[in-house]
Design a protein around this ligand. Structure first.
Ligand SMILES: Nc1nc2c(ncn2[C@@H]2O[C@H](COP(=O)(O)OP(=O)(O)OP(=O)(O)O)[C@@H](O)[C@H]2O)c(=O)[nH]1
Length: 456
């Protein structure tokens, strides 16, 4: 399975929650609509088309009338009964209700096939890797994806127009969707749904307001709403999707901070492995010297990644270890030094002193170090991640984020809130416990996975 496919599958917990909510919202006041779903303009296109009517007003006009909109809302009233028996079809063919026996009822089955993954991946995969200097290159190198990507099966599903008969009969059931006119009540329900998916109040309000701009009164189906939400989320996430920058300094020092259990050790192991695969020499310093288990765990990851791990006696000064590690990394001509740190937020003052001492000490060797300070956040903590960012920004000069455990959580929405609120670069996301389960952050893939949008 391709890497992105894996990510998409794993993020589905979030999307299934949104899915259910959207179905309920649209189902509540929606009506069956037979119109062929018009290609929905993206939020941006919509804004462009709407020759900037009421500019700043992000809060959509409360009244639903929607004069112009109807373009998309299909005629729909009387079923365009083209299915009259005239077309000389074969005699046996029954009316239209108990449709053609042999022809499989292909309406829904689109997502089913395994290849649901490839849907979006093919496009993005190539783009991302190249930019990310070494970090993501590795996932690509072993590139399990390329094989699956081309499959792109989903698109082949539509051979529904196989027969003239089908077209003549109209296959109305194919086109029936439930749509609901966007009004204040619906907007409020959408806001609540996004808040429940951990997107945070401010961000949820902003996303829904943007989505509604120029669309009040317009009838929308679940897939159309997903598309609009996904577009808005992508717009927010785009600016923060940036790989960890690489500098020419040797060693480039990467300080890794975060609360205990957030996934620091695992992330260091995964990153080290990727850098190694990209031909970089890496040294790891086990800076959480107070917890023997943490040091052991880091050694295990160092072994897996084939990278040396420098340790110090339990309870010794982490800054002293960092200094030694810096000395060794310089002497060895290592490209990268990754320093693990403690995450005891319970004693904030101590931790702050510990982190600033590490920084002071390594700056004796290189005034520009650390070149990156990565904050590792656990996605399953939901809104708590926001306060962790606030806290760690006070403790250290955080330069970028890695969000772990995005697999299997229904709280992925917090990433949108983080991007919206702090604008810190998101360098990578963790989608599993294995060494290659670290992916570059792709806004479109993420937004589609979060909203459950089927891009096949
Ligand atoms: N599912 C999943 N689990 C992860 C991911 N990243 C880390 N974990 C797991 O989270 C747990 C904690 O990870 P660690 O890397 O030990 O976290 P830490 O921040 O170093 O924690 P301490 O060692 O206590 O400081 C481990 O069981 C990891 O396997 C991820 O992306 N997905």
């Amino acid at each position: 399975m391709s890497f992105f496919g894996k990510m998409k599958n794993r993020l589905f917990k979030s999307s299934s929650k949104l899915d259910e909510g959207l179905e309920a919202i649209v189902g509540e006041g929606g009506e069956e609509d037979e119109a062929p779903s018009e290609p929905l303009r993206s939020a941006e296109q919509e804004r462009a088309v709407q020759t900037a009517p009421e500019p700043p007003g992000e809060t959509p006009s409360p009244t639903p009338p929607a004069p112009d909109a109807p373009t998309e809302v299909p005629p729909a009233p009387e079923p365009d009964l083209p299915e009259e028996p005239q077309p000389v079809p074969e005699p046996d063919l029954p009316p239209q209700t108990p449709p053609e026996p042999e022809v499989p009822p292909n309406p829904a089955p689109e997502p089913t096939p395994g290849p649901d993954i490839p849907g979006n991946s093919p496009v993005e995969v190539p783009q991302q890797a190249p930019q990310e200097v070494p970090v993501r290159t590795p996932d690509r190198v072993p590139a399990p994806a390329p094989l699956e990507i081309p499959i792109e099966a989903p698109q082949e599903v539509p051979p529904r127009s196989t027969g003239l008969l089908n077209r003549l009969l109209g296959r109305r059931e194919d086109r029936i969707v439930v749509r609901r006119a966007l009004d204040d009540d619906m907007l409020e329900s959408l806001e609540e749904l996004l808040i429940a998916s951990d997107m945070g109040v401010d961000t949820s309000l902003r996303v829904t307001a943007n989505m509604a701009e120029g669309r009040m009164g317009r009838k929308l189906s679940v897939p159309e709403i997903k598309q609009l939400l996904s577009d808005e989320i992508t717009r927010i996430m785009d600016p923060v999707a940036r790989p960890m920058p690489l500098y020419p300094s040797k060693p480039q020092v990467v300080l890794v901070v975060g609360v205990n259990g957030s996934g620091k050790t695992t992330t260091i192991g995964k990153l080290a492995s990727q850098f190694r695969a990209a031909g970089k020499s890496v040294v790891i310093a086990a800076g959480d010297t107070f917890r023997a288990a943490a040091v052991e765990q880091l050694q295990v990851w160092g072994d897996r990644a084939g990278v040396p791990v420098l340790t110090a006696p339990a309870g010794s000064d982490p800054a002293s270890l960092a200094f030694d590690a810096m000395t060794k990394a310089q002497a060895d001509g290592a490209d990268l030094l990754m320093i693990d740190t403690a995450g005891r937020l319970q004693n904030r003052a101590d931790l702050m002193e510990e982190l600033s001492k590490i920084v002071r000490v390594i700056r004796k060797k290189d005034p520009d170090a650390p070149h990156n300070t990565l904050l590792v956040l656990d996605a399953t903590t939901g809104q708590n991640a926001l306060s962790q960012v606030e806290t760690f920004r006070k403790l250290a000069d955080v330069s970028g984020l890695v969000m772990t455990k995005l697999d299997g959580t229904a709280k992925g929405g917090v990433l949108v809130a983080l991007a919206d609120k702090f604008g810190l670069p998101i360098h990578a996301i963790g989608v599993g416990e294995q060494i290659d389960d670290l992916a570059p952050f792709d806004p479109e893939d993420f937004a589609a996975a979060l909203t459950g949008l089927d891009r096949a």
